[in-house]
Design a protein around this ligand. Structure first.
Ligand SMILES: Cc1ncc(COP(=O)(O)O)c(C=O)c1O
Length: 419
């Protein structure tokens, strides 16, 4: 049981007091969150910043509507991917010119995996872990097919990854915070081991940026990709970002040699020549409306002190785990995330035999988390807008749903296409 400073069991009033003392509390007001909803799915789709609809209206109605194509220059649409990339760089320990916004995480992953394999000719292996976000494995499998026997994907359990890095490995591909369990990889240690063996690393930061400390350059990471629509609050399908360490840029080529990655796109010459810097990883015309929405989310994240974000993220997930242990004991729940907050990201997974129905019942009662097959409920804690008191309400609702078997209804068992 967790206790307050008087030694008695923690109460809702204690959590409300924590919210009053929270240095990030004013940032919650920057989001439009519906009344009566406890939103614990910001690790999947971040909440809507209040400013986003206004910004989108402005970019659409004024820039697009009035200034039309002149906006590429007048409103620097042409520089948007680099500008927002430089802002994201500040969140992940990268330097200016090392990050660019482009495409989706999947497409960026393809580009950088291919680039990494090309930097290590003669080494066939992309090394990853079984149970990594399937999308990332699918993308690697696609590259393997294209490689016609020159590229192979090898999967090794997380605790054996470092030992498996040898002279055959071109690149180690890992999701920094595991999408289900939330388990956190030691980026610096794995990268050092990879480099000692002459291999490269590619980190998927989708569940990390804005939630856990990320310092790509301190870790000497080579490549990274990440989502714009999770903790960065860029909106559904927001453009993603990619990182290529400065030291690799000149020697690294994108396999999608699109015109905006060309050194002089408006020369319209027939031969491709890569742009000198990170721009070579751009492909086609950037999604200006999507980047405009993403920039609002990134600017909000930049207003928060990074250490406060991490401290709050750990406090929220720690409270959740402790309250579930004390309030939902004996209800068939099992913690499927590392028990130590320092060893996980900002979401927690709970295993339950009826996980799908339980999560649907919770959603029906205004507590939004999600389900990951076969038996996990995921709860994400977004330090920008989740309150300590939200944790209390979520756990009390979970307790209620389990104690009363409120989940045991046909409508909560019907599988939706998106879980
Ligand atoms: C670890 C990870 N990588 C990538 C993605 C998504 O990639 P995309 O935006 O291309 O669908 C997700 C989405 O949930 C994810 O969890």
């Amino acid at each position: 049981m967790i206790r307050n400073h008087c030694g008695s069991a923690l109460t809702l009033a204690d959590l409300e007091a924590m919210d009053r003392d929270d240095p990030l509390r004013t940032l919650r007001d920057a989001f439009m969150l519906p009344d009566g909803v406890v939103y614990l799915d910001g690790n999947s789709l971040g909440a809507l910043p209040r400013e986003t609809p206004t910004r989108l209206q402005q970019v659409a109605a004024v820039q697009w509507g009035q200034d039309l194509i002149r906006s590429w220059t007048a409103h620097d649409w042409i520089g948007a991917a680099q500008r927002v990339g430089d802002k994201i760089a500040r969140l992940i320990g990268a330097g200016p010119g090392e990050v660019v916004v482009s495409d989706s995480t999947s497409v960026n992953l393809f580009k950088l995996l291919a680039a990494a394999c090309r930097l290590r000719p003669g080494r066939p292996t992309i090394l990853s872990e079984p149970g990594n976000f399937p999308n990332d494995l699918y993308v690697a499998q696609g590259l393997q097919e294209l490689g016609n026997g020159r590229i192979e994907l090898q999967l090794v359990p997380a605790d054996r990854i470092e030992a498996a890095i040898d002279e055959r490995v071109a690149v180690v591909l890992l999701t920094h915070v595991h999408y289900k369990s939330g388990a956190l990889h030691d980026m610096a240690r794995i990268t050092a081991r990879a480099h000692a063996q002459g291999a490269l690393t590619l980190w998927d930061l989708s569940h990390s940026t804005g939630a856990v400390p990320v310092d790509l350059n301190a870790a000497q990471a080579d490549f990274a990709v990440g989502c714009g629509y999770k903790y960065l609050n860029g909106g559904p399908g927001a453009p993603a970002y990619l990182f290529v360490a400065q030291r690799h840029q000149a020697a690294t080529r994108s396999p999608i040699t699109g015109w905006l990655g060309h050194a002089r796109p408006f020369d319209f010459v027939d031969e491709y020549a890569p742009a000198p810097g990170i721009e070579r990883f751009l492909a086609g015309t950037p999604p200006i409306l999507g980047i405009a929405a993403l920039e609002v989310g990134v600017d909000l994240m930049l207003r928060a002190d990074a250490q406060c974000l991490v401290d709050k993220s750990r406090a929220l997930s720690g409270l959740f785990v402790a309250l579930v242990e004390s309030r939902c004991a004996g209800q068939g729940l099992e913690l499927a995330s590392p028990p130590d907050a320092q060893a996980r990201g900002s979401h927690v997974a709970l295993r339950h035999a009826q996980a799908y129905a339980v999560i649907q019942a919770l959603i029906g009662h205004g507590v939004i988390g999600d389900f990951r097959t076969p038996d996990l409920m995921r709860f994400g804690f977004a330090p920008l807008y989740n309150r300590h008191a939200d944790i209390w309400h979520a756990v009390e609702m979970l307790r209620d749903v389990l104690l009363t078997s409120a989940w045991d209804r046909p409508e909560f068992k019907r599988r939706c296409a998106v879980t």
